[in-house]
Design a protein around this ligand. Structure first.
Ligand SMILES: *Cc1c(COP(=O)(O)O)cnc(C)c1O
Length: 237
């Protein structure tokens, strides 16, 4: 039987190989283990294999896990990567280290206000809707710099970069177009805000291309933890 540790090692070596192919340092690409819907035991198994960054999509589920592990595993870095309604911002501000899906000024203001003063500023990425699908969250390219400007004035937020979920397609040309556009946006953002260091893009199906186009953080779930089972799950979103 393959274990979580085995699958984590496979994911790490895929990252290393993809990095090598485009002459990047493997260490410049972080692996975010997406543990949504998975039990705490699975997170601990990945932790014991060396993983420290975990991504969660559902606020309440994430907070429950953070609370359970905070004394025993205080060095876990928790990333919120799901859609966030404004009535749930407090929980994210109080418990998470990162928030990847920021796309509205209103949410930024609330997170800033609700981030406890004794915690480090919340690391945030602006989510870009690169495929311009109405159904996807995120903002379009023209709105990036205005939102970045607002965020840069909020002391309890730290702008780290961009996040995107490119189209799930086998069309390599379309993937390439979207990823290169994201890379271009990231470079533009970096020119204005030189501290920005994170391009959160790339999942199991587009890992190699995403890394070739400058991704610094890939988000991988089922390839590490196995397929998700939503059947027994209450709606905790
Ligand atoms: C679920 C999720 C992932 C991981 O997806 P897998 O197919 O399980 O690898 C990555 N990013 C986001 C934003 C997700 O919601």
């Amino acid at each position: 039987m393959t274990t979580i540790a085995d699958r984590l090692a496979v994911a790490q070596s895929r990252i290393a190989q993809a990095a090598q192919k485009c002459a990047r340092l493997p260490h410049s690409i972080h692996l975010l283990a997406v543990s949504k819907t998975k039990p705490i035991a699975d997170i601990i198994a990945a932790y014991d294999a060396g993983q420290r960054c975990f991504g969660e999509n559902y606020v309440q589920e994430g907070v429950t896990k953070i609370e359970s592990l905070k004394t025993t595993h205080p060095d876990i870095e928790w990333h919120f990567i799901g859609p966030l309604q404004s009535n749930k911002t407090t929980l994210v501000a109080q418990h998470f280290d990162w928030m990847h899906t920021l796309s509205r000024e209103k949410i930024a203001l609330r997170l800033n206000e609700q981030r406890p003063a004794n915690l480090a500023p919340l690391n945030v990425c602006i989510q870009i809707n690169i495929s311009d699908e109405d159904t996807k969250s995120g903002i379009n390219a023209q709105q990036m710099l205005p939102l970045a400007n607002s965020i840069s004035q909020l002391p309890q937020l730290r702008l780290r970069g961009l996040m995107a979920i490119p189209s799930a397609t086998d069309d390599t040309e379309q993937q390439t177009r979207e990823l290169s556009e994201l890379k271009h946006l990231f470079d533009t953002l970096k020119q204005h805000y030189p501290d920005v260091d994170t391009l959160s893009m790339g999942m199991s199906n587009d890992l190699d291309l995403a890394i070739a186009y400058g991704s610094t953080m890939v988000r991988i779930g089922s390839a590490i933890f196995g397929e998700r089972d939503y059947s027994s799950k209450e709606t905790t979103i």
